[in-house]
Ligand binder design. Structure first.
Ligand code: Z5A
Length: 215
């Protein structure tokens, strides 16, 4: 458990509904009278948002080395952890984060093929022992997640970003990697079926959070 506040991260493959569920959980916590700090990764600080833009777009079409990509995510996370997450937890706030360190293990470790144990070690260096009290893993079939993103991108008139353009095999490795992490850290990572409707997911997540943290 973190000092005074609580730290909840939301994880999952593309289109699993993390952003939707983070917003709904934050609303429920606010309604329960808690101070909430809602964050996304990469991002959450001006430096983090600048790093996000580097990571999501090809710099002059140049393919990024997996190690460089890993370290950019970690730079954003190290800054966010020290500048925002720890101070929020210390004053008793609830931090709800759309992705955290499991994303780097899943995407850069299992997805890109960087050594998973090495990625875990450098992650530790970046966050200095900080870890979520609870991680909700929204698991979804890769094709179903992409169907959702296609719908969203079509209505927003946007294209796929650098990660969304990766092939199916990459995204299958990411999904399998997440499921492996859930087996490795069952006390922290709670896997739920993200293919269900958003209202049902919101209810289940809230009932787990309320029960686990005594709200
Ligand atoms: N990345 C990494 O490689 N390493 C790292 O360490 C970190 C990240 C931290 C960040 O992109 C990218 O960076 C990400 C991984 C990589 N790869 N990509 N792409 P991002 O932040 O822009 O996007 P994302 O985190 O991947 O989110 P997403 O996949 O775009 O979406 P989502 O948050 O999972 O879902 P959503 O936005 O809530 O919903 C997507 C659509 O589905 C939308 O139209 C919703 O209305 C709809 N939706 C949501 N829930 C449901 C349900 N339950 N049923 C039906 N439809 C739904």
């Amino acid at each position: 458990m973190n000092a005074r506040g609580r730290f909840i991260s939301m994880e999952g493959p593309e289109g699993s509904g993390k952003t939707t569920q983070c917003a709904r959980l934050a609303r429920r916590l606010l309604a329960a009278g808690r101070e909430v700090v809602a964050l996304r990764e990469p991002g959450g600080t001006p430096l983090g948002e600048a790093i996000r833009s580097l990571l999501q777009h090809d710099a002059a079409g140049e393919r990024m080395a997996p190690e460089a990509e890993t370290l950019l995510f970690l730079a954003s996370r190290a800054h966010l952890s020290g500048q925002v997450v720890r101070p929020a937890l210390e004053r008793g706030a609830w931090v709800v984060c759309d992705r955290f360190f499991d994303s780097t293990i899943a995407y850069q470790g299992f997805g890109r093929g960087c050594d998973v144990e090495e990625v875990i070690r450098v992650n530790e260096f970046a966050v200095g022992g900080l870890r979520p009290d609870l991680t909700v893993l929204l698991d979804i079939d890769v094709a179903a997640g992409f169907d959702r993103l296609a719908g969203r991108n079509a209505s927003a008139g946007t294209g796929n970003d650098r990660f969304e353009r990766e092939d199916r095999g990459f995204h299958e490795r990411v999904r399998a990697g997440y499921l492996e992490l859930a087996r490795r850290w069952p006390e922290r990572i709670w896997t739920i079926d993200g293919s269900r409707n958003a209202d049902a997911l919101e209810r289940d997540i809230w009932s787990r959070v309320a029960h686990e943290f005594g709200i």
